[in-house]
Design a protein around this ligand. Structure first.
Ligand SMILES: *Cc1c(COP(=O)(O)O)cnc(C)c1O
Length: 356
């Protein structure tokens, strides 16, 4: 074969998604991808259905209505928002626009898989900084920065650990980065943290911080693929050059706009998630299973070793419960369990009790 891909591309491993089916089991509950178990807002679903009448028309290229809805609800300047096919697409725009061969993209030990994939796809070099006890460590990140570092990604709260660092730590990281290096705050789980602005105020006050957000988690629209980025005007203008003009479909734009405006539903999802997450954490703790305090919509259960984690996973499968083994994230003795409905959480806890 003489047709060869660009350097770095073949270093990208094909993505292994969370399973969604179990052979021979009918009542399957999927708790492996941090989806909202209650689904999206009814108003978002109505908007999606109504969009069926407009499918012959191209969508808006500038996403004005959606950006205005986000701006109003999140207290952001709509001119400094750009929307993408999931926050995944915003992450890849950032890498294409700011990192190429010879440049480094830095993230933490148990960081989200897209940082590495997008860095390699852009021809840049992924660099990993250690965490401390499954928590982002600002000093270790700063120690890993070189004159070639262009982008630093941290998810806050982080996936798959569920932990987060406070605003003062994030500010210290932003302050410690050299000129020409952008800090990207991945806020995929930010809405689950009560009263958290995900770094918005910091972004408004600085020129080296950016954030990505998604409609896939609390808004329950993972199947639609829509997310957004917020940051300095120059960065937004740059990303809009890389972005395809028709990247988002009419149904995605309409549904996301209504999901964003249905603040009451988002608030209910946050409260309900916290209730079941804290219940599950306490139950696991009482069984002697180690769990960090999670700020997101999943918990990370730690077992003695990989064999035990796999045995628990296998037992859960026989009960129709799909959770996530996270060896691929460097946590071979752990299971990441999405906070499901009350019934699902009770089934998970009962099944783990059985196997222990
Ligand atoms: C789920 C998740 C996302 C969301 O990706 P989308 O492309 O918006 O679905 C982003 N970052 C992290 C850390 C996640 O866990």
């Amino acid at each position: 074969m003489t047709i060869t891909p660009q350097p770095g591309i073949m270093d990208i491993k094909l993505y292994q998604s969370g399973a969604s089916k179990i052979e021979g089991v009918t009542e399957v509950v999927k708790l492996s991808s941090n989806e909202n178990p209650h689904g999206p807002s009814k108003r978002a679903l109505d908007a999606f259905r109504q969009a069926a009448g407009e499918l012959h028309l191209y969508p808006s290229t500038d996403h004005t209505e959606l950006r205005e809805a986000i701006g109003e609800v999140q207290g952001m300047d709509p001119a400094r928002i750009t929307c993408g096919v999931g926050s995944d697409e915003i992450i890849s725009f950032l890498c294409y626009a700011y990192a190429g061969p010879g440049d480094e993209v830095l993230y933490t030990e148990h960081g989200f898989s897209m940082y590495r994939i997008s860095a390699l796809a852009a021809g840049a070099t992924p660099v990993v900084a250690p965490e401390t006890e499954r928590r982002t460590d600002v000093d270790k990140l700063l120690a890993a920065v070189t004159e070639r570092t262009r982008l630093v990604f941290i998810a806050n709260p982080n996936n798959p650990t569920g932990t987060m660092i406070d605003e003062a730590e994030v500010a210290r990281l932003a302050d410690g980065l050299p000129d020409g290096c952008l800090l990207v705050l991945d806020g995929a789980y930010a809405e689950f943290v009560d009263g958290f602005d995900a770094g918005r105020a910091m972004i408004d006050a600085r020129d080296n911080v950016f954030m990505t957000r998604t409609f896939s988690k609390i808004y329950g629209l993972g199947g639609l693929r829509i997310g957004y980025g917020y940051g300095p005007q120059e960065i937004i203008d740059t990303l809009n050059r890389v972005r395809g003009p028709f990247n988002l479909s009419v149904p995605a734009l309409k549904a996301a706009e209504m999901a964003m405006r249905d603040v009451g539903y988002t608030d209910w999802c946050r409260t309900e998630n916290a209730r079941m997450r804290d219940w599950m954490t306490a139950q696991l703790d009482a069984m002697g299973v180690a769990v960090d305090r999670s700020e997101a919509n999943f918990v990370l259960a730690r077992f003695e070793d990989q064999t035990k984690a796999e045995a628990v996973d296998a037992h859960l499968k026989t009960k129709g419960l799909i959770v996530r083994l996270v060896a691929g994230y460097g946590l071979p003795n752990c299971l990441r369990i999405t906070v499901g409905t009350e019934a699902a959480c009770k089934r998970v806890v009962a099944a783990i009790k059985e196997v222990l």
